[in-house]
Write a protein that binds this ligand. Structure first.
Ligand code: 5GP
Length: 255
């Protein structure tokens, strides 16, 4: 079966008819992904029963990288963190193969054509994708897999793999998001503005996720996410005043 998927930071859709009004489009050969699922299904017999794919998504500046570092430190080899490929240039502190695989667009497009990605999308005007093979290997070895990907990628992975648990991380407030994003000084001003605008678009997708966690205090947030990793089949949850928080975040976001 072949389907067409349209992905962009503005929207996502799929069908057999092709893509229409999206800023950026690409075709996904679903047959490649079915093959991946088959491998996971086969591998499942050899996987420990608690092997899951965990997806952590968050608007840029929410503190996700710090949280992931703390989680990996605490959990060690039990968890495999998938290093994504991207066409975005590295930040001064970032290392190729550690933070991302920094690939030129041609190489990234070649990997798309070869069906090397479990998922990929255009985020903030750059390609980002999850190399398929390392994830499959980790699952077959019974390890938990952690993906740091956006909502578009989360949707693709959910449709393609069993046992996916999705977590959406929210900033405590719009002012705090802006403070963190400007304070880290890793993006040019126009990129900061774009990320702030796109944050609202991402937050609109919070209902797609099993769990919603507010990152108002790092230690507590790490504990909360660890609890989800420890009990992946627990009922989906979020803070009690979640809807109110979301309304406030969206109301104070830039247009
Ligand atoms: P940054 O440029 O700040 O490192 O990441 C920008 C956004 O891209 C983040 O929201 C992050 O979750 C998302 N991202 C990183 N890697 C991937 C990936 O492999 N696939 C998708 N779909 N999104 C990714």
């Amino acid at each position: 079966m072949t389907a067409v998927a349209c992905a962009s930071s503005d929207g996502w859709g799929s069908g057999t008819g092709g893509c229409s009004s999206y800023a950026y489009t690409h075709e996904v050969e679903v047959i490649d992904v079915s093959d991946a699922v088959e491998r996971v299904d086969n591998g499942k017999a050899r996987m420990t029963s608690d092997a899951h794919v965990f997806i952590l998504s968050a608007p840029s500046g929410t503190g996700k990288t710090t949280i992931i570092r703390a989680l990996l430190e605490a959990l060690g080899d039990h968890v495999f963190f998938s290093v994504s490929a991207t066409t975005r240039p590295p930040r001064p502190s970032e290392r190729d193969g550690v933070d991302y695989f920094f690939w030129p667009p041609k190489r990234f497009e070649g990997a798309i054509e070869h069906g090397d990605f479990l998922e990929y999308a255009s985020v903030y005007g750059q390609y980002y994708g999850t190399p398929k093979e390392p994830v499959m290997r980790a699952l077959e070895n019974g390890r938990q897999v952690l993906l740091d990907i956006d909502w578009q990628g989360a949707r693709q992975v959910r449709e393609r793999l069993p046992s996916v648990v999705t977590i959406f991380l929210l900033p405590p407030s719009q002012a705090e998001l802006e403070r963190r994003l400007r304070g880290r000084q890793t993006e040019a001003q126009d990129q900061v503005s774009r990320r702030l605008k796109d944050a609202a678009r991402e937050i609109h997708h919070w209902r797609d996720f099993n769990h919603v966690v507010v990152n108002d205090e790092i230690k507590r947030t790490v504990q909360e996410i660890r609890a989800i990793l420890d009990e992946p089949d627990a009922a989906p949850a979020g803070p009690r005043d979640l809807e109110q928080r979301i309304r406030e975040l969206l109301a104070s976001s830039p247009e």
